[in-house]
Design a binder for this molecule. Structure first.
Ligand code: 2HG
Ligand code: ZN
Length: 387
């Protein structure tokens, strides 16, 4: 997405793939300690066998490493329920630029001993140190998971559905995702996934996870009755068995893949106030006209995170110039973030100023100079070009 892990000039590539051992799992607290090269899906299986789940889940789970997830502060599909890795990571082992092994691999929930150093490395994209091991808090595995896939007549109804949902489902709500009609057309066209509900301008995927299937079903049932009865949603389907839950999730999780089969993709990952989240998609469609094949909006509405993607037959400078800096200026004007969950990497480093004040950028550069004075760790990434 942002080229955070892509070598561009003269880098040496380190692989942590052989650091793939689970070190320990405490089944009272749910704390997993493992090496950085463990694949997320394998860790998920490991903790699920013990009655827990990983606090993060993302489309790339079959190949991504936990060390990379932490280094990039990956968001993903469980963010709404379990929050950011800044909260769930309890400790890290990191190798610093001078070779020092910084062992902060604690498993304590509370440790208020001055600066919380591990936070510096979460989301630093490997620019301040190399994460070699992670201690992470896993919540108990929910006993019942249900997914509702609904069609909404407009974005205003998507927002109202979200508010209603928070009110009526409360503590069992674990994901609230949305996608527009063009996303659905693209997953249909390129991946042959069937639309599970009537055609609508917008779709939402709501997941609930709880400890009592009967209790969750009752709550979800009365929410759906209300949503359908009041016109918030025009059609919907509900899944509780694992196979159908997965099938409904695939419609949302595989949008990225469908887009990549549509042509060249310009990708933006923005944090915006939920009420204004879709305005940018509408206004870009009008601005770009037939120059774009598709302008789509989808994402983690529950986290205020829009994935704005524009497809075209091929890369073109004029189209890029119509997108940037417009998208960033629009985001800054609405006090959003130019990178919600995918980080800065190589591509976004000169857009940082739209989301961070100069004093914050200076401090980032000072930290980089302190921890990596020779600039050997993931060079050309994360920090502004002028740094
Ligand atoms: C998702 O939520 C990913 O599907 C990818 O974060 C977003 O490709 C994208 O724009
Ligand atoms: Zn995402």
């Amino acid at each position: 997405m942002v080229g955070g892990s892509v070598p561009v000039f003269d880098e040496i590539i380190l692989s942590t793939a052989l650091l793939n051992q689970v070190i320990s799992f405490d089944d009272v607290s749910g704390t997993l300690v493992c090496q950085a090269g463990c694949v997320l899906e394998q860790l998920s299986r490991h903790v699920e066998e013990r009655g827990f789940v990983m606090p993060l889940d993302l489309g790339a789970k079959g190949s991504c490493h936990i060390g990379g997830n932490v280094a990039t502060n990956a968001g993903g599909l469980r963010f709404l329920r379990y929050g950011s890795l800044h909260g769930t990571v309890l400790g890290l082992e990191v190798v610093l630029a001078d070779g020092t092994v910084l062992n902060c691999l604690t498993s304590l929930r509370k440790d208020n001993t001055g600066y919380d150093l591990k936070q510096l490395f979460i989301g630093s994209e490997g620019t301040l140190g190399v994460i070699t091991a992670v201690s992470i808090l896993c919540p108990p595995k929910p006993k019942a998971v249900s997914v509702a896939f609904l069609g909404c007549p407009s974005f205003a109804e998507v927002l109202r559905t979200f508010c209603t949902c928070k009110g009526m489902l409360g503590e069992i709500l674990s994901a609230f995702e949305f996608m527009d009609a063009e996303c659905m057309q693209l997953v249909g066209r390129h991946l042959h996934l069937a639309r599970p509900v009537q055609e609508s301008p917008f779709y939402v995927l709501i997941e609930t996870s709880g400890s009592h299937a009967g209790h969750d079903a009752e709550k979800l049932g009365s929410f759906l009755e209300h949503a359908l009865g009041s016109g918030l949603v025009t059609d919907g389907t509900l899944a509780t068995d694992q196979r159908r839950v997965k099938m409904l999730w695939a419609l949302r999780e595989r949008i990225t893949e469908a887009l990549s089969l549509d042509g060249y993709v310009y990708k933006y990952d923005l944090s915006l106030p939920a009420e204004r989240l879709y305005d940018l998609v509408d206004s870009l469609r009008a601005r770009l006209g037939p120059r774009a094949k598709h302008v789509v909006g989808y994402g983690h509405l529950g986290d205020g995170n829009l994935h704005l993607n524009v497809t075209a037959e091929a890369f073109s400078e004029p189209l890029l110039a119509a997108l940037e800096p417009h998208v960033y200026e629009w985001t800054a004007a609405h006090r959003g973030s130019v990178s919600a969950e995918h980080g800065v990497g190589f591509k976004k480093r000169d857009a940082l100023g739209y989301s961070k004040p100069p004093a914050a950028l200076r401090l980032m550069c000072q930290l980089k100079a302190l921890l990596d004075p020779k600039g050997i760790l993931n060079p050309y990434k994360t920090l502004p070009t002028w740094a």
